[in-house]
Design a protein around this ligand. Sequence first.
Ligand code: PLP
Length: 473
Amino acid sequence: MKIEEFRAQAHRVAEWMANYLETVEGRPVRAQTSPGEILALLPGSAPESGEPMERILADFDRVIMPGITHWQHPRFFAYFPANSSPPSVLAEMLTATVAAQGMLWETSPAVNELETRMMEWLRDLLGLPAEFRGSIQDSGSSANLVALIAARERATGGRACREGLAGHPPLAVYSSAEAHSSIEKAGKLAGLGSAFIRKIPVDRDQAMCTDALQEAITQDRAAGIVPCAVVACLGTTGLGSVDPLASIAEITARENIHLHVDAAWAGAAMMLAEHRHHLAGIEHVDSIAVNPHKWLFTNFDCSVLWSRDPEGVARALAMNPAYLLSQEGAAMPEYRDWGVPLARRFRSLKLWFVLRSYGADQLRTMIRQHIDWTARLAQLIRSEPVFEVVAGPRFALLAFRYRPDGWDNERVDAATEALLRRINADGRIYLTRTLLDGRPVIRFVIGQTYTQWRHVEEGWAVIRELARTNAAV
Ligand code: PLP
């Protein structure tokens, strides 16, 4: 494609982008296609000769868009948001165009140095300790993996990455039964083995029981197993619960165990003074992961891992082959050593655009609104006798079930599942489920950039409307 044609097509794509964001509300939130439907529309092999961009873009609308679930839809209340925003999208366009690699300082000093400054800006906005230094990882899962690798190296005195774990006593990691699955996955990837990822029971608020944590550590030590890391979760994926960081930190400080915090979603709420109390104990935390690509209006992928000792991570992960030797960058941190990939996208640009375009004040207002609207929604749900709020509101998440009077658990559970199926087949809103004490509940999460209170009201109206027809279940 000639640059002149690129210019024309780029204008056309920009027009498409603005139209999409203007009209996304009119689309069903969840893709309405069945498995294999998109695949069947795609030719079995690549074209031998190039095709005109007009045809490719037309097929994008015809073939691809029907199979898209609209995460930027203002009535997307499922999972956690993976929100984005106009300034973030503009930065992504520039990142894609410049397509610079940030594998070394030298391969693009601006990629390295903007990342350094953004990690400081965001750290300070979230009220994290000034000693923390961070880097952008491609996902929360990678951030949790890197944190466990750092913990493994500390627990083995650097032996694990040199000699492996053969002959070493097993290492154990402790997180709550509500922790995200990426913790267990990280344990597998770090060679610790999922059998040694201890799932500590939770209390009535789905937060980690610290007595049970202490007991598990003591038992492991007695059995010759080495406690390696505790992962506290600030905002669990299922129900948004918060582990008691201050009490956990007392244990890890006493026991000399790496304390990692997974705040992938709710970390964004630490911008608000009224939620900072959840960080009590942070002075004993060794590392923390927060995903701006969830609730901070920044396109996926942008997950930050701050660490008190990033050099510890670098000692474990640094590789210095001859083809990467560079004298000039020696004064700057080389972020390739702080994570898994060597090549690194220019991810800090979108964070810079977002933080500057909105300013901290506006970001706080948006997050605070999401939290306030969740509390208002909880009141509406509580005012309807056939519904029960079963967890939350916690930050911007609540969970509810459909529970008419006099119904037994089995009937309530079946009706709750049936209601969720109806809601998602309907398409006007999108919600997802989890289990509470083994029973299905419906989650409602507010955090999409374009969501206004009216969208939440519309969502609640859809739930009530479909619940009326659900009564027959
Ligand atoms: N930690 C928590 C608490 C999460 O909710 C998630 C994802 O939802 C993750 C980690 C994993 O994040 P990612 O999808 O960026 O790998």
